[in-house]
Write a new protein. Structure first.
Length: 539
C-alpha cells in the first residue's frame, strides 16, 4: 500500500510533469536545430532554433535552464546522429539495444555542453547583468569549438554549418569560417528572442540589436553576391582537367573477405576502363578501395598498380599500407599501419603518398588504448588499428598539384586548409561511407565537404565507396553527384584555381578570439560575483 501511495503521490507526479511534459520548448528547439541540416536543409532556422528554449530558460531558475539545455542537447544530437546505431549494431558484434544505449550515452555527453552553456548564460544575464547578445553567441561558439578537440574531437555539423543552406550568406565561409557564421546565427537567435519578449511582454524594442543584425545580414548577402561573381570569373580562367570517380558499392562486411577480393578488383577494373574511355586524365578510387595491404618498402603490388597499367592513366586510390617504423624498438611493432592514398603513374609506379592524419575513434583506432589494455588485462584492438600519418603533403600530378584528405578529415576545416595552403590547385577526398547505411549521414558528410570547397575556393572531387561521389565547385555547388548504393562511375571536368581566401590565411582566428573573450568575460564575472558575496558576508 505504501509503495502504491508513493507512486501516486501528486507532488512526485507534478515534478515529473514539470521536468518532462513541460519541457516542450526544449523539444521544439531540438527539432528546429536538426532541420537546419541535411536532409531538410532549412538553414534559415538556424536564426531562430534556440528562441523557444531561450524564452523558457531566461524566465525560470538557473537549474531549470540547465535541465532544459540538457534535454534539448540530448534530443538534438540523437536526431542528428541516430545513424550511429546502424553503424555500431551492423558492423560490430554489439547488439541493437546496446548500440542505442551507446548513442544515448554519447548524446548525453554532448547534451552536457548545452546544459552548461544555458546555465552559464542564465547566471551571466540574470545574476550578473551581462547582456544576452554578448554572452550567448560567444558562449555557443566556444562550446562548438571545444568539439574539435575534446576527447579526440567530433565537430559533426555544428551550428555554423547550417549557413551552408542559406544562399549567398554561405559564401562567407571563405571569410570567417563555420565558427564565424555560427556566431552570426547565434546572434540572430538573441535578436528574435528579444522580438518575442517585446511582442509578448511589452519590453523595449531592441533597436540597436535589430539594426546591427540587419546590417550583418545585408553585408553578408552583398559580400556573397560580389564574391560569387569574382569566383565565377576565376573558375572560367582555370585549366580544365577531366577526372573519373569510381564508386564500387562494396558492402563493408564483404570487403575484407578473401573470397570477394577478385570480384571487387575486377569490378573496379571495368569501372576504371569505362572512365578512361571517356577521356578521364585522373582516375580516383575510394578510401581503402584495394582490399590488401601495401608494403611501402616494396614496389606496388600488381593488384594496386593494375588500374594505371591497364588504362594508361594516372590513378589515385585508397589502400591500407605498412611503413617501416623509424624506431624499430617501438612496442607497437616494426611497422606503422596506415590508411593511405597513393598516386600511381601510367607506368604503375607510386609517385606520392598521403597518410590519413585524423582517424575515426573506435573505428580506426582505440583512444587511450594503453588505459584500456590495463583495464581489460589484454591487448585491445580497433577495427583496423591504424596510426595517424603525421605529415601533410601534395600530390604532384603533371597537369596541376593537388591535395587529398581522407573521409573523416573533411569535418576538420584546419586539416583541409593546411593541405590546400601547400599549393594545391584542386582538392580530392576519398571516403568509405558504407558505415553510414542509407541514412542522412552521407548527406551530412557531403555538405561538410562542400563547405571546405567554399572556405578554400577549390574544386573538390569526391570518390566514395557507396556514395555520394561527385564534384563540388568553389562556390559549394554540386556539379555532379551519384546516388547511394549503386555501382557506378562518373566523369567530369574541374578547373584549377589560384584564388586565395581570407579564411585560408587566418584560419579559425574568429574562434580563437571568441574563446579568449568568453573565458575573460566569465573570469571577470566570477571575480565580481565573489567580491559581492564577500561584501554581503561582511555586512
Amino acid at each position: 500500500m505504501k509503495n502504491s501511495d508513493h507512486m501516486l503521490d501528486p507532488g512526485r507526479w507534478q515534478r515529473w510533469k514539470r521536468l518532462l511534459i513541460e519541457s516542450w520548448p526544449a523539444y521544439l528547439t531540438a527539432v528546429l536545430y536538426v532541420l537546419c541540416f541535411p536532409r531538410a536543409r532549412l538553414g534559415v532556422l538556424g536564426f531562430v532554433c534556440f528562441v523557444p528554449l531561450l524564452a523558457e530558460a531566461m524566465e525560470k531558475s538557473g537549474r531549470r535552464a540547465m535541465w532544459l539545455g540538457f534535454i534539448a542537447g540530448l534530443l538534438a544530437n540523437v536526431l542528428k546522429l541516430y545513424w550511429l546505431v546502424y553503424t555500431i549494431s551492423h558492423y560490430s558484434p554489439i547488439p541493437f539495444p546496446v548500440a542505442v544505449l551507446i548513442l544515448l550515452l554519447m548524446c548525453s555527453f554532448l547534451g552536457l555542453f548545452w546544459a552548461i552553456h544555458f546555465r552559464l548564460v542564465h547566471w551571466a544575464v540574470k545574476e550578473n547583468v551581462m547582456p544576452l547578445w554578448i554572452i550567448f553567441p560567444i558562449g555557443w561558439v566556444f562550446f562548438d569549438y571545444t568539439l574539435t578537440w575534446i576527447l579526440g574531437g567530433f565537430p559533426w555539423e555544428i551550428l555554423g554549418c547550417a549557413a551552408f543552406h542559406i544562399p549567398l550568406l554561405d559564401q562567407g565561409f571563405d571569410l570567417v569560417g563555420e565558427h564565424g557564421l555560427g556566431w552570426v546565427l547565434a546572434f540572430g537567435n538573441v535578436v528574435f528572442y528579444e522580438f518575442w519578449v517585446w511582442y509578448k511582454r511589452n519590453r523595449p524594442f531592441p533597436f540597436f540589436k535589430s539594426i546591427l543584425f540587419t546590417m550583418m545580414i545585408l553585408v553578408g548577402l552583398t559580400y556573397g553576391a560580389v564574391r560569387t561573381t569574382q569566383v565565377e570569373e576565376a573558375m572560367k580562367a582555370g585549366k580544365p582537367i577531366k577526372v573519373g570517380m569510381l564508386q564500387g558499392n562494396v558492402e563493408q562486411d564483404m570487403k575484407w573477405k578473401p573470397e570477394n577480393r577478385d570480384m571487387i578488383l575486377d569490378d573496379y577494373a571495368k569501372l576504371a576502363q569505362y572512365v578512361a574511355d571517356q577521356g578521364a586524365e585522373l582516375i580516383i578510387l575510394p578510401e581503402t578501395a584495394i582490399p590488401r595491404r601495401q608494403d611501402r618498402a616494396r614496389p606496388l603490388h600488381a593488384e594496386v598498380s593494375r588500374y594505371a597499367l591497364e588504362t594508361g592513366k594516372f590513378v589515385l586510390t585508397g589502400v591500407p599500407s605498412n611503413k617501416v617504423r623509424e624506431d624499430r624498438t617501438d612496442p607497437r611493432g616494426e611497422y606503422r599501419r596506415l590508411n593511405s592514398a597513393v598516386l600511381i603513374s601510367p607506368e604503375g609506379k607510386a609517385m606520392d603518398w598521403y597518410d590519413k592524419n585524423k582517424l575515426v575513434p573506435f573505428g580506426e583506432f582505440i583512444p587511450k588504448k594503453h588505459w584500456l589494455n590495463k583495464l581489460a588485462g589484454k591487448r585491445v584492438k580497433g577495427t583496423l588499428d591504424f596510426e595517424s600519418g603525421g605529415n601533410y603533403n601534395l600530390f604532384y600530378f603533371p597537369p596541376a598539384p593537388f591535395a587529398v584528405f581522407i573521409c573523416y578529415e573533411a569535418v576538420y576545416p584546419n586539416i583541409v586548409r593546411r593541405l590546400n595552403n601547400l599549393g594545391a590547385k584542386f582538392l580530392v577526398t576519398i571516403t568509405n561511407d558504407a558505415w553510414f547505411g542509407n541514412t542522412s549521414a552521407p548527406y551530412q558528410h557531403w555538405s561538410q565537404v562542400a563547405i571546405r570547397a567554399i572556405e578554400n575556393r577549390r574544386y573538390i572531387v569526391r570518390a566514395a565507396n557507396t556514395g555520394i561521389s561527385g564534384i563540388i565547385d568553389p562556390l559549394g555547388h554540386t556539379v555532379k553527384s551519384t546516388p547511394l548504393y549503386r555501382q557506378t562511375a562518373e566523369v567530369g571536368t574541374i578547373y584549377t584555381m589560384n584564388i586565395r581566401t581570407i579564411y585560408g590565411q587566418i584560419g579559425d582566428l574568429v574562434a580563437y578570439i571568441v574563446v579568449y573573450l568568453y573565458l575573460c568575460v566569465l573570469s571577470v564575472l566570477a571575480v565580481v560575483a565573489w567580491r559581492q558575496r564577500k561584501k554581503r558576508e561582511r555586512a
